[in-house]
Design a protein. Structure first.
Length: 102
C-alpha cells in the first residue's frame, strides 16, 4: 500500500528523531495513517477508490462528501489525481447546468 495520500500533497512520510530518556537521538520515520477507501461521487455517478489519510477523511466528512470537498479545496493543496477528479466533476456540473438552461 502507498504511504501517500491520493488527495492532499502534504500528507506523506516524514523523518525526525526518536529521543530517548538519556537524550540520544535516533532517526525514525513518521508515517501517516493511510486507508484504502471507496467514495461515491454523486455527480459522476461512480465509486472511486483512493488511498486517504484519516485526517483527510475527517475533512471529507465535514464537507459532506468527496464532491463538495474537491470543489471547495484550493488546487495548490491537491495532488494530480485529485485535480483530475475535480476537473471531471466541474465538467459534469457545467454540462448538467447547460442542459437545465436549455
Amino acid at each position: 500500500m502507498s504511504s501517500k495520500c491520493d488527495i492532499y500533497k502534504c500528507i506523506k512520510p516524514r523523518t525526525g528523531n526518536k529521543v530517548s530518556h538519556s537524550n540520544i537521538k535516533t532517526g525514525r520515520w513518521f508515517r501517516p495513517n493511510i486507508r484504502r477507501l471507496s467514495f461515491e461521487s454523486k455527480v459522476l455517478n461512480k465509486v472511486i477508490k483512493l488511498n486517504v489519510a484519516t485526517r483527510t477523511l475527517r475533512t471529507i466528512y465535514h464537507k459532506h462528501g468527496l464532491d463538495n470537498f474537491l470543489l471547495n479545496t484550493r488546487a495548490s493543496k491537491l495532488t494530480d489525481k485529485a485535480l483530475s477528479l475535480k476537473r471531471q466533476i466541474r465538467k459534469k456540473l457545467s454540462q448538467t447546468q447547460d442542459v437545465n438552461q436549455a
